[in-house]
Unconditional design. Structure first.
Length: 459
């Protein structure tokens, strides 16, 4: 059946005011990770009002709306938790009341990433209105929780506990008008250093853990900042872009960008302010490019000169996550989020590209104020940050591709905005792309790179 692209665009435009209203309603409910109860109720009510065939909330608190009756599943995922607002003085208006102009919607979660939920819900409504739910398929519209705390854990729950495995998933994370087929992975690493306390008046009697950590911090900074010439004592992470260090995956690494590491938190213990510190710990945010593995990243820290210098007084480990969801459910998992890239020729990627070309052309589009960052960039690209795709495709190999309203630059920033036109564009594209998914071209080989799992038995 030939698609009527004009009808799809007209239907999406016809729901513009409803999507804006729905997004502003979501923004009005503060929904930091593990506190999504109110926004889940808001989304559930909207789905029920629009006539979804079934709406449910699973044990973790993910809200899932279903359309259609087929055996196979195509999912659209939007995480519905947000980060906090930070310093309120940095916001020029109330981040939860928000406001709108002819072009933009202001408020926490507009781009990251409740705007994607608005487009996803209304794309399902459009498909129902126009009779475009593909035969043999059900649409699964997911409002996932706790992504900001532990990206992908929500989909570990969906796959392992709910027992649901879609044929492919569209992520609605913001893509600034592009179609994204992968991103770097990440890890949360902890470094613990032991010392011995004593009275601060005679520090030579003790062993100051903070001083030892100071040496290690200099090496971690060097690991991020250094080049990789033969004479460099600590070769920098840029080395993975060099075929000499990464012969199998340097091209993929160049597509994704180099890995990085930075210290994000620091802790200490000391008997008092007039004593030597007897422990010091830091958290390291490690972004991983193609060719890097969870164990290679841990070993890199363990091999730093300062870490070796202090021997058994240093422990390098990976964080675990076990924070209860808003329902009280605990799904313990490791703070490791695998790197992934799809082949550009994969059927599910091609479906989005073909839909964009048919609806909007071969260039990124957007509202006038968005185009300063979109013009001239390739239509098919990758995210800088990480998404639920770390589990969907990174852990489980379920094909995943991204197209979402808003911009990465708005994520976690004060005065966050998204663009009304993006909501319409995305709703139309999801509708067309799902109907252009060429089932006959599906192959089991859609992944260009996938870092895979650790040796932990995570169920």
């Amino acid at each position: 059946m030939a698609l009527d692209y004009s009808a799809i665009k007209k239907a999406a435009e016809g729901y513009k005011a409803d999507m804006v209203r729905f997004l502003r309603a979501m923004i009005s409910h503060p929904s930091e990770s593990c506190e999504e109860k109110e926004v889940v109720a808001c989304i559930r009510a909207e789905m029920e009002k629009l006539g979804f065939d079934k709406v449910e909330v699973d044990g973790l608190g993910n809200v899932i709306g279903w359309m259609g009756e087929g055996e196979k599943i195509i999912a659209i995922d939007s995480h519905i938790d947000t980060v906090g607002i930070g310093n309120r003085d940095n916001w020029t208006a109330d981040p939860y009341e928000g406001y709108e102009t002819d072009e933009i919607i202001y408020g926490r979660g507009g781009s990251d990433q409740e705007g994607g939920m608005a487009s996803a819900v209304y794309s399902a409504k459009i498909m129902k209105d126009l009779g475009l739910i593909p035969k043999g398929y059900r649409l699964m519209i997911v409002g996932s929780v706790q992504e900001e705390d532990c990206d992908g854990m929500c989909w570990q729950y969906i796959v392992n506990k709910d027992g649901i495995r879609p044929e492919f998933v569209i992520s609605t994370e913001p893509t600034d008008g592009g179609i994204y087929r992968g991103h770097r992975g990440r890890m949360e690493i902890r470094v613990d250093v032991k010392g011995t306390s004593c009275h601060g008046s005679a520090p030579e009697r003790g062993d100051n853990a903070i001083f030892k950590m100071a040496d290690i911090l200099q090496d971690i900074r060097a690991l991020n900042n250094n080049g990789c010439s033969e004479s460099t004592a600590i070769p920098g992470l840029v080395k993975m872009l060099d075929p000499k260090y990464n012969p199998e995956h340097y091209e993929d690494a160049r597509f994704l960008g180099r890995g990085t590491c930075t210290v994000s938190q620091i802790y200490f213990t000391s008997p008092s302010r007039c004593a030597v510190a007897d422990s010091c710990s830091v958290s390291v945010d490690r972004r991983m490019t193609a060719g890097e593995t969870w164990d290679s990243c841990l070993q890199e820290i363990r091999d730093l000169p300062a870490v070796k210098k202090y021997g058994d007084d240093v422990r390098v480990s990976m964080y675990m996550y076990d924070r209860p969801s808003w329902t009280g459910e605990v799904y313990e998992t490791e703070a490791y989020f695998p790197t992934w890239i799809n082949r550009e020729s994969a059927a599910h990627v091609k479906a989005l590209v073909d839909a964009h070309k048919a609806l909007f052309g071969e260039q990124r589009i957007g509202a006038p104020s968005a185009m300063s960052t979109r013009a001239g960039r390739p239509l098919t690209d990758k995210w800088t940050f990480s998404t639920n795709g770390v589990s969907i495709q990174g852990r489980y190999g379920i094909p995943c591709v991204g197209f979402g309203p808003g911009a990465e630059s708005q994520a976690h920033a004060p005065n966050e905005i998204t663009w009304k036109q993006d909501l319409v564009t995305c709703a139309a594209l999801y509708t067309a792309a799902i109907n252009l998914y060429p089932e006959e071209e599906q192959t089991g080989d859609v992944t260009q790179f996938r870092a895979g799992k650790t040796n932990n038995d995570i169920k």
